[in-house]
Design a protein around this ligand. Structure first.
Ligand SMILES: Nc1ncnc2c1ncn2[C@@H]1O[C@H](COP(=O)(O)OP(=O)(O)OP(=O)(O)O)[C@@H](O)[C@H]1O
Ligand SMILES: [Mg+2]
Length: 344
């Protein structure tokens, strides 16, 4: 991808909570951990030296344990939190230097946030809740109602405009929260654990809805989650945060196959690896196995593990795997396949 595909670019960004950030930053630069800095100085490292880009149109998931800095990172994007150091660019323009008026414009036009606690106004009906932000932005009544109705339709709540929040289920309330963000027609949706409060069925439904919306509208979505199943399902790429640092960014498959450390690997404990691994990912090159084209039907390297299970299970010998141009990549034995599936 070219640089012009970058919608957000984060350069050397730090956030230290506390009044003496210089001391804290110096300590971390000298190798101190977040815990050590806190113990010695009382300063909290929120984000430490973040450097990455979010591509236009992707669903970028941020994962990490509680306190690792996910919410801080996302709030730096729309400057609900000011960075201690570093720069953040939106479409190549530095937002860390914007004045109040331009910043307001960014929050109105470029980024909308969806919260975990739906944050609806209890005394306002659904329509007014969705149109509320637009009203503040000075949009006329007719236009804001039109946009709110359209946003409600997008999230499957057409016809519910005059209900009040207390009449809706949690899932429906979160749809209203999503509609409120969509009514702004923002280029970027920031979603901080937006689905965490929903029960599993509704949550899964909302994930599907989000994937559909993203595919239709090609919005950029930055989605915080602490659930690897959710992250893998919706994320094109996942950034893993640990103690304020972004320790690894990659596709679900890249993280699963090449975790940079034990912390990243641990997120995949108990995960059904067959959801993302392909035959080529687990093929083993064994010099004692001779691959003779024509004698055995090979598997395609890009075949999902789920699809090859039956074939490998019924084969009397390890099954060869070839890439798109027919080059032998290795073989998969029954035992090896089982151990790869079991690793999850
Ligand atoms: N306003 C604040 N003042 C002081 N410390 C803060 C503030 N906001 C966040 N922190 C600290 O910064 C660190 C990162 O917090 P953050 O809320 O970004 O974590 P998180 O990854 O979103 O966690 P969670 O999964 O629990 O939501 C934590 O140690 C937190 O205590
Ligand atoms: Mg958080």
């Amino acid at each position: 991808m070219t640089r012009s595909d970058e919608i957000i670019s984060v350069r050397n960004v730090y956030k230290v909570f506390g009044s003496d950030s210089d001391v804290a930053m110096k300590m971390v630069q000298e190798g101190a951990s977040k815990a050590e800095v806190f113990e010695k100085t009382g300063q909290v490292i929120g984000v430490f030296n973040a450097n990455f880009c979010v591509q236009r149109g992707e669903i970028f998931v941020i994962m990490g344990l509680s306190g690792s800095g996910k919410s801080t990172m996302v709030r730096l994007f729309n400057r609900l939190i000011e960075p201690t150091a570093g720069s953040i660019f939106l479409n190549g323009k530095e937002i860390t230097g914007l004045g109040d008026k331009d910043l307001l414009q960014v929050r109105r036009k470029d980024m909308s946030m969806v919260f975990q606690s739906f944050a609806l106004m209890p005394h306002m009906n659904v329509l007014d809740n969705v149109a509320f932000g637009l009203a503040i932005g000075g949009v006329t009544l007719d236009e804001r109602n039109g946009r709110a109705i359209d946003a409600l339709r997008q999230v499957g709540l057409g016809g519910q405009e005059y209900c009040f929040p207390h009449q809706l289920s949690g899932g429906m309330q979160q749809r209203v929260g999503l509609a409120r963000a969509l009514a702004n027609d923002p280029a970027i949706l920031l979603m901080d654990e937006a689905f965490s409060a929903l029960d599993p069925m509704i949550r899964s439904e909302m994930q599907g809805e989000l994937i559909k919306l993203q595919a239709e509208q090609n919005r950029t979505i930055i989605f915080i989650s602490h659930d690897i199943d959710e992250a893998v399902r919706i994320g094109h790429r996942i950034a893993i945060m640990e103690g304020g640092r972004v320790v690894q960014i990659g596709t679900p498959r890249e993280l699963l196959c090449n975790p940079i450390n034990e912390y990243v690997r641990a997120f995949f404990n108990g995960f059904d690896t067959s959801r993302i691994l392909k035959a080529g990912d687990i093929a083993q090159l064994d010099k004692s196995i001779m691959y003779e084209p024509g004698r055995q039907t090979p598997l395609k390297a890009d075949a999902p593990l789920k699809e090859i299970f039956q074939i490998v299970a019924c084969a009397s010998a390890p099954v060869p795997v070839v890439d798109a141009v027919g080059t032998y990549k290795g073989s998969i034995s029954q035992g090896h396949l089982l151990s790869c599936l079991g690793r999850g």
